[in-house]
Design a protein around this ligand. Structure first.
Ligand SMILES: Nc1ncnc2c1ncn2[C@@H]1O[C@H](COP(=O)(O)OP(=O)(O)OP(=O)(O)O)[C@@H](O)[C@H]1O
Ligand SMILES: [Mg+2]
Length: 411
């Protein structure tokens, strides 16, 4: 177990997750398993074509085997673009096209003449902490994937030492932008939208775990990686950390611990043994953020409340306090049964023992049901946020049982 991935946050977003698993500032250099700093990104042979450059990168980083064992891409290979085409699309990376910045580099909005499409272009920061390895894994994973809840990779540019990714443009930005540190002009997400986002994100994860061949562990599920389209349609993005899941009778893959503090499953953080249940834990954290409006890690809160899961665990045991967990920005506009069910799912996902966490398919079933139960504040009573039993919760025991046996502990 060694370094944690750099988690430089979008400059348009909060900076609170900028720590590694030990609570330290992230190491901006990647270190291999021998503890050696990886070599600088070399300028490749000028004569290499863009496609060849991707293959060279993959070979150099020994990646093809990991992500795309047989090299097949469902015949859907991402297009290549020249650097000049991408520069033209963004007015030479003009500041008013800037959308945000993460560990990989800056993201710009642009219009690509060649395909007449608005796109988001992510440019690898050569001084940044993520690099060519994540670029190649992202291209190979997304070339294999095709699902309504995964962001589409339109193409890439690999020219000299430039590496850029071209995605479909997601007009509403990231979930993080809609959940935390809202500007006064932005309305808080309502309950129905939150459940729709949770169900869609779960379907995206189910596709990676259950439908992809080979199955993939995402390793980077968090609010800033859930992008929102029209109508708040959610799509997972950023596959640079993805790993092919264990095969045969293996239960895990052993890797360096990478991810984002606050979302990383404790078992994976301790042992470096990555399983599909590591993603399920991260999903539980995102679901808790959706329900509570709190951040996975918030250093501005009192110590006991800084880690969302640690704050939530004792509350899961006391149903009288469930209503205290809900995001105050919902102003009491949520269904009590729905809240119980959503909390029960979150509680199961963030259990310490990975084998106690549900598989993603069961989470999808539960959340599809929850998202289909539309809440209408005109018809349903508005809840008090302070008292636990002010509302019609006569069948609350059934509510917990309905989604499975391992719900929050009850008194
Ligand atoms: N396809 C896209 N469409 C619209 N906006 C996007 C798109 N991709 C990224 N963005 C914007 O750019 C910001 C930065 O994204 P990026 O994925 O580089 O970093 P991050 O997710 O914030 O951090 P990290 O590097 O830890 O994943 C996002 O928060 C989002 O606002
Ligand atoms: Mg991201």
């Amino acid at each position: 177990m060694s370094c944690f991935r750099c988690t430089k946050k979008s400059t348009k977003e909060s900076k609170n997750n900028n720590t590694n698993i030990n609570g330290n500032k992230p190491n901006h250099q990647e270190v291999n398993s021998n503890g050696n700093v990886k070599k600088e990104l070399g300028v490749k042979k000028e004569e290499a074509s863009k496609d060849d450059q991707l293959s060279l990168d993959a070979k150099e980083w020994n990646i093809k085997e990991e992500v795309s064992k047989d090299g097949k891409t469902n015949g859907k290979r991402a297009q290549t673009f020249t650097f000049d085409e991408l520069a033209a699309a963004t007015g030479n990376f003009r500041s008013d096209c800037f959308l945000g910045e993460g560990g990989f580099g800056k993201v710009y909005k642009g219009h690509l003449e060649k395909i007449n499409q608005v796109v988001a272009i992510k440019q690898l920061d050569r001084n940044g902490c993520q690099g060519i390895r994540e670029f190649v894994v992202e291209v190979l994973t997304l070339s294999l994937a095709d699902h309504l809840n995964l962001v589409k990779l339109i193409g890439f540019c690999a020219e000299g030492d430039q590496r850029l990714l071209v995605y479909e443009y997601m007009p509403l930005g990231s979930l993080e932008n809609h959940l935390h540190d809202l500007p006064p002009s932005r309305k808080a997400l309502d309950w129905n939208t939150r459940m729709k986002i949770a169900a869609g994100a779960a379907r995206g994860l189910e596709y990676l775990h259950e439908k992809m061949q080979p199955p993939v562990i995402y390793r980077d599920l968090k609010c800033s990686n859930i992008l929102l389209g029209e109508g708040y349609h959610p799509k997972l993005s950023d596959f640079g950390l993805a790993k092919v899941g264990p095969s045969g009778d293996k239960t895990h893959v052993s890797t360096r611990v990478m991810g984002t503090y606050g979302y990383c499953a404790p078992d994976y953080a301790m042992t470096g043994q990555l399983t599909f249940k590591s993603d399920v834990y991260s999903f539980g954290v995102v679901l808790l953020e959706l329900i509570t409006g709190r951040k996975a890690i918030d250093n501005t809160k009192p110590v006991k409340e800084q880690n969302l899961v640690a704050w939530a665990r004792p509350l899961f045991r006391d149903r009288k306090r469930f209503s205290q967990m809900v995001d105050p920005l919902l102003q009491g506009q949520y269904p009590v049964r729905g809240l119980y069910q959503a909390l029960a799912i979150a509680a199961m996902c963030v259990q310490e023992q990975p084998n106690m966490r549900p598989v993603i398919t069961d989470i999808v079933t539960a959340l599809n049901y929850l998202a289909s139960q539309k809440y209408d504040p005109q018809i349903h009573p508005v809840q008090s946020s302070r008292r636990g039993s002010s509302s019609p919760i006569g069948r609350r025991d059934d509510d917990i049982r309905q989604i499975g046996g391992n719900g929050p502990e009850r008194d």
